[in-house]
Design a binder for this molecule. Structure first.
Ligand SMILES: Nc1nc2c(ncn2[C@@H]2O[C@H](COP(=O)(O)OP(=O)(O)OP(=O)(O)O)[C@@H](O)[C@H]2O)c(=O)[nH]1
Ligand SMILES: [Mg+2]
Length: 402
């Protein structure tokens, strides 16, 4: 059967430079004076932009980041973006109860085990493993990977060291991993008793008992979820129909969506399907389902590119609103006396003022008087970016996977 790596190889984008810092000038090389004086009419020469993602990086550094820095968007809303946030490959996370075949599924797609993979009938994977492309085969412990600036995992430190000691990055050179990063996870436990054994908050990390909560945490991301009914080779057609029906029914209840989820039925280990056990339709059905699932996976890099543009635009709008709010607070401050009182009054009336997005507690730690006034030129630069630069970028560069 044709593997995903072969399908993807046909859609390979143009090769990229290895050093992420060489992609665009790092922030330190772009003079801050230039940021603050950014002329709204100044257009970014598109000829120097090699792809949509590089274009977004450049727009971020030249137009959006100055606004975020000025109004401390990073303190209040979301950390500043780094190259790794733009370059990170789309991730596929495998979730499921233990021994359902998550690690086997990754092995099947890669056609080889990843470094440190364990497969077995008992709970085997005891940690979160990011399986990504790298120059040679090695495993990097979670604490180390979380502090690497060129990796997009620094946010995971908020889950504590207990989690980081159960987090690992497994690297290997592989054509498929050049497009997609996989995240293998420990089997989700069912039952209260088992949950207390964890030294960290599993459902918090993955964003049943435990299993039910995990599915609940995925609500709102329905478009990203794919359900696989695995090990279907172990039962006959009649049993399979019952299991399939029951699964659809409970999925509908848990996810609470009117649409029916697409459930892929199959067997994703490398042993030949036992036709005597799975009945006459087994093998052919599994092959067709696998083909569908593979072409669905093949679309991920393309969708991820579109999604990144979407997220970028959303972020730019949020940063603008944030700038208005912060500069409004600054404007309300008296120029001479009674600053502390005025600040307290503003915090007390926060909800009247219009914002629930920033909590008074967080704001209390700041001196409003030090906030920046509204800088119309900076806002204009972001407006231009949204109105001209991004549409230009989309016109000039196609999604590399299309
Ligand atoms: N019959 C059959 N067995 C499978 C299939 N996939 C996996 N297995 C077997 O199921 C067992 C568990 O597989 P794993 O890949 O370790 O399962 P896992 O979900 O990673 O388990 P944990 O890491 O413990 O959560 C192994 O003995 C596999 O050989 C399948 O499609 N069909
Ligand atoms: Mg496993």
């Amino acid at each position: 059967m044709e593997g995903l790596d072969i399908i993807l190889a046909r859609h390979k984008p143009s090769p990229k430079k290895n050093d992420p810092d060489l992609d665009v000038a790092p922030p330190s090389q772009v003079s801050s004076v230039q940021w603050f004086n950014s002329k709204s009419t100044k257009k970014i020469p598109l000829s120097s932009v090699t792809s949509i993602i590089d274009g977004l990086k450049r727009l971020y550094i030249e137009k959006l980041k100055p606004l975020e820095v000025s109004y401390r968007f990073n303190d209040f809303v979301s950390p500043l973006l780094t190259n790794s946030d733009f370059d990170a490959k789309p991730m596929v996370m495998l979730l499921g109860q233990y021994s359902t075949g998550k690690t086997t599924f990754i092995k099947h797609l890669l056609r080889t085990s990843y470094p440190g993979a364990h497969i077995g009938p008992e709970p085997t994977t005891d940690r979160f493993v990011v399986v990504m492309s790298g120059p040679d085969e090695r495993s990097i412990p979670g604490n180390t990977i979380a502090v690497q600036a060129d990796m997009p995992y620094s946010g995971l430190t908020s889950f504590g060291t207990a989690f980081l000691s159960k987090f690992e990055c497994s690297q290997m050179p592989h054509p498929l991993l050049e497009h997609i990063t996989f995240v293998d996870t420990p089997g989700v436990l069912s039952g209260e008793k088992q949950r207390t054994q964890r030294s960290y908050d599993f459902t918090g990390v993955t964003s049943c008992d435990e299993f039910k909560r995990v599915i609940g945490a995925l609500r709102g991301h329905d478009d990203k979820i794919r359900v696989v009914l695995n090990k279907a080779d172990q039962i006959d057609t009649q049993q399979l129909m019952r299991v399939y029906g029951a699964l659809m029914w409970s999925l509908g209840k848990v996810l609470n969506t009117p649409e029916v989820m697409r459930v892929y039925i199959g067997s994703f280990n490398d042993k030949p399907v036992n036709e005597a056990a799975s009945g006459p339709i087994g093998k052919e059905l599994f092959e067709k389902e696998q083909d569908d699932l593979l072409s669905d996976l093949k679309d991920i890099p393309k969708k991820a590119c579109d999604r990144r543009i979407n997220e970028f635009v959303k972020r730019a709008r949020a940063a603008k609103i944030h700038a208005y709010i912060i500069s409004h607070l600054k404007k309300e401050m008296p120029s001479m006396m009674g600053k502390a009182k005025a600040q307290q009054r503003l915090i007390d009336n926060l909800e009247d003022v219009f914002l629930k997005s920033i909590s008074g507690e967080v704001l209390g730690g700041y001196n409003f008087d030090k906030f920046e006034k509204l800088k119309p030129k900076m806002i204009q630069a972001v407006d231009d970016m949204l109105g001209y630069d991004i549409p230009d970028l989309l016109k000039n560069f196609r999604n590399p996977y299309e």
